[in-house]
Design a protein around this ligand. Structure first.
Ligand SMILES: Cc1cc2nc3c(=O)[nH]c(=O)nc-3n(C[C@H](O)[C@H](O)[C@H](O)COP(=O)(O)OP(=O)(O)OC[C@H]3O[C@@H](n4cnc5c(N)ncnc54)[C@H](O)[C@@H]3O)c2cc1C
Length: 448
């Protein structure tokens, strides 16, 4: 509701994009009593098979869980449809493995959840609200954001539909049409960066008994320096395997023999799991998809429009935070609706003014984590640092939260996670320097 001349008013909100963030935001708004119209370009995801080029499963962590809890859906996702992943399982080139737990102190974990399933759960829940209507096959063509006007084309009939809204919420993903309309606003900053690496999804099927072929409660990683492969478990006991690699390397593998040679050299233990034929079919049946980082601000136009989720901050997937950050946007926006009693001018401005530091921080952290996952994780220096972090965290959990734990297992603002890491680095550098000096003095003293 918004307060106008002393009267309360239910807002007409148009949510553009019925993906993960849009479907969740629709629930938050509906719970506040607003009339929500959700417009989605594609067919109802509950009626369509998986679309290639969008990850099949995702890692859900604390920020996403908190938002789901607020709309009453955490338990169903975690208890019934989430597969806990408690550690990284590293696969060496010789096929041997070792694990690195995420949280030795409190044993927290991340959960592998199916993208389509989560989206379907959110859409189904919206059917419990009379004030939500869903419009599938509606593609946004044009938007006059200051006026709250939208024009859609119906994908099946090609008919155009005009919509007026009190508030437009753009949740239409990394290539957002709402954000495109924002580009016309003065002082709108925008940057995008494609990385040289793309990704291709493969699959490890269940074994003959219908069970998992690898230990399920891990995020499996095959780090190989400049590229890597990861696998997340699915509910049907299969694994979604994602190969991240520079596009030029993908291009170089242009025959079945080159593909098998490449896998025998770098991922030999995965071949019997995937199966030679399936590996060939899946690799040549798809093409690598690009990965993009998008930073922009401000996220709003007056009291009429706002973008959240990937539309506002697309991140590369290496921290497993894109959806979690988008879900956190919904929580923050909901808190602002509460704080400002549905006064859109204040809500939208405060969201824009405060969220961007954290959005930029997670964009940068996600880029960093790619280097950690594909390369640093195999180095002794990484494991020593991790052991030190875990030890100090164990001794003093309020003072010292390691970076990964603060990003994944807390709701500390992302920018604060980065600042923590910076002072922790300085403290460790001082300790190592002091230890070095002490050792040197001891050595000199012993030689006298
Ligand atoms: C390989 C990969 C792995 C990932 N793994 C993780 C992970 O483990 N954990 C995690 O938290 N995140 C992960 N992510 C990121 C996550 O997928 C995104 O952050 C998340 O999907 C963003 O949700 P969204 O609703 O903002 O955008 P999207 O999911 O892109 O949804 C946007 C929706 O808008 C619709 N749309 C687009 N244009 C229009 C239009 N013109 N009109 C109407 N509708 C439109 C689209 O059809 C779509 O349904 C991963 C991403 C990738 C690529």
């Amino acid at each position: 509701m918004s307060i106008q001349n002393g009267h309360t008013k239910h807002l007409n909100v148009a949510v553009v994009g019925g993906g993960l963030v849009g479907s969740l935001e629709a629930l938050f708004l509906a719970r506040r009593g607003h009339r929500v119209s959700l417009y989605e370009y594609r067919e109802d995801i509950r009626k369509t098979p998986h679309v290639r080029g969008r990850s099949i499963n995702l890692a859900l962590s604390v920020r996403g869980r908190r938002a789901l809890r607020d709309v009453g859906l955490e338990d169903i996702m975690i208890k019934e449809h989430g597969i806990p992943m408690r550690a990284r399982m590293i696969h060496r080139p010789d096929g041997s493995t070792y694990s690195i737990p995420y949280d030795t102190r409190t044993n927290q974990c991340i959960y592998s959840v199916g993208r389509n399933y989560l989206n379907a759960v959110l859409l189904k829940e919206s059917e419990n609200y009379k004030n939500v209507t869903r419009h599938f096959n509606h593609k946004l063509l044009e938007a006059n954001l200051p006026k709250g006007e939208l024009k859609f084309v119906k994908m099946d009939t090609k008919e155009t539909v005009s919509v007026d809204a009190d508030l437009i919420v753009g949740t239409d993903g990394a290539f957002s049409a709402v954000r495109r309309a924002m580009l016309k606003q003065p002082l709108f900053d925008f940057s995008q960066q494609y990385i040289e690496h793309g990704y291709l999804e493969l699959c490890i099927p269940p074994n003959c008994q219908g069970g998992f072929q690898m230990p399920p409660n891990y995020l499996h990683i095959w780090p190989r320096g400049n590229f890597m492969m990861i696998a997340l478990p699915n509910q049907d006991c299969s694994w979604t395997v994602t190969l991240f690699m520079p596009f030029k390397n993908f291009k170089g593998i242009d025959s079945e023999s080159k593909l098998l040679e490449f896998f025998e050299k770098y991922f030999p233990d995965s071949i019997p799991l995937i199966g030679e034929k399936k590996l060939i079919d899946d690799y040549f049946g798809g093409s690598p998809s690009p990965l993009i980082t998008i930073k922009c601000r401000p996220y709003h136009v007056s009291d009429k429009a706002i973008i959240i989720g990937d539309a506002a901050h697309a991140v590369v997937p290496f921290y497993g935070q894109g959806m979690n950050a988008g879900f956190e946007d919904c929580t923050i926006l909901n808190n602002l609706f509460q704080k400002h009693k549905d006064d859109l001018t204040q809500i939208l401005a405060e969201f824009s003014n405060t969220r961007w530091q954290d959005a930029f921080a997670i964009c940068d952290l996600a880029m960093y984590n790619y280097i950690e996952m594909r390369d640093l994780v195999t180095r002794p220096s990484y494991r020593i640092r991790k052991a030190l972090d875990d030890l100090i965290y164990w001794i003093s959990p309020d003072l010292w939260v390691p970076l990964y734990n603060s990003v994944t297992f807390s709701t500390m603002p992302y920018s604060q996670c980065v600042k923590n890491r910076q002072w922790q680095n300085k403290v460790l550098a001082i300790i190592i320097f002091a230890a070095g000096v002490f050792a040197f003095i001891l050595l000199c003293w012993a030689r006298r």
